[in-house]
Design a protein around this ligand. Structure first.
Ligand code: GLN
Length: 321
């Protein structure tokens, strides 16, 4: 067994009984999740998979999709045009804040909050919704390397209850950021939140970003490498919402969370990491996920700005002894 596998096992044992946090409850499908689900997966940039727990359990990706739509919008309209519509500034506010958009910025602060993600989604090219949806699914397929699906029941619930998102979209229309096709843009936004993934898929997606946008198994370019920098920078400063500053301080890995309990982290040139555990805190981040990432960062020297202990030789930790 490798050092990494031993460490993942120990993290699984250490945190499986940590039961603080709550299930997301705004739609029944998330409220009915099993609070015991717990998985940790690491995929290296050369495609080795290390995993513990329920790594094949399906759930909807929720806000982790925002990272990948950001990449797609960059490819579709370029850095400058995207920056005109959506900033790259962390907010320190909840991810679905309406007041911030209206009173402060008039422009979504970054692509990781809902207002910004709705704006990036509006930039996805395609003649009608079906074409845009198909292009989006094709993009996710390149990262995940298997067929991908939308959970229709989650999509319908998101659409039926997404009043704040609808309010954000209306404000964006008022500011001229998006065009009048609000319901279509929102549908594509709700569909991306409803993509079905498991923890291993998420780690594979993160590993693709760690590998300059090249999927480690297929060697296919999932996103142009010039845009990986943009995606990781925004993850680093904004990916954990109003916990982003503390996360950058404690963990120091570009990351993104979603309310279904997933967190992805990217260690450039080395690995992608994903944790899945549906109990989330007030900011919407998985409680066990936060602890697991903190321990992994500490153990393997993953904090990007930590020069004190030098980088451990991660490759050695992957070899069986
Ligand atoms: N579907 C949720 C929303 O749009 C996603 C939020 C999240 O994962 N943080 O509000």
């Amino acid at each position: 067994m490798s050092k990494l596998e031993r460490f993942l096992e120990s993290l699984y044992k250490k945190y499986r009984t940590l039961n603080s946090g709550k299930l997301a409850s705004y739609i029944p499908q998330l409220a009915n999740a099993n609070p015991d689900w717990f998985a940790i997966t690491v995929v290296t940039t050369d495609g080795k998979v290390f995993t513990v727990g329920d790594s094949q359990e399906n759930f909807t990706i929720q806000s982790i999709s925002k990272v990948f739509l950001h990449g797609m919008a960059l490819e579709d309209c370029g850095r400058a045009a995207l920056l005109e519509k959506v900033g790259v500034e962390p907010t320190g506010d909840p991810f679905d804040s309406v007041i911030r958009l209206d009173e402060n910025s008039k422009r979504p602060d970054n692509p990781m909050v809902n207002a910004g993600a709705i704006a990036t989604t509006s930039l996805i090219k395609g003649n009608e919704l079906t074409e845009r949806l198909n292009r989006m699914l094709e993009m996710f397929r390149r990262y995940i390397n298997r067929d991908v699906f939308i959970d229709v029941s989650v999509f319908m619930s998101e659409r039926a209850t997404g009043h704040r998102n609808r309010a954000l979209a209306n404000l964006l229309l008022n500011f001229g950021t998006i065009d009048h096709n609000i319901e279509e843009i929102l549908d594509l936004y709700f569909q991306q939140c409803s993509l079905v993934v498991n923890c291993q898929d998420l780690a594979m997606m993160a590993a693709t970003l760690a590998n300059r946008g090249i999927q480690p198994i297929t060697n296919q370019q999932a996103v142009q490498s010039e845009y990986v920098r943009d995606m990781l920078s925004v993850m680093h400063t904004c990916g954990m919402y109003n916990y982003a500053g503390e996360w950058a301080y404690r963990v120091g890995i570009p990351a993104k969370s979603g309310v279904s309990g997933g967190i992805i982290g990217v260690i450039p040139e080395r690995a992608g990491i994903a944790v899945f555990s549906p109990l989330i805190d007030q900011q919407g981040n998985s409680v066990r996920g936060l602890r697991v990432f903190e321990d992994l960062s500490q153990e393997f020297g993953f904090h990007l700005l930590d020069v004190s202990m030098g980088k451990c030789n991660f490759a050695d930790c992957l070899e069986s002894d």
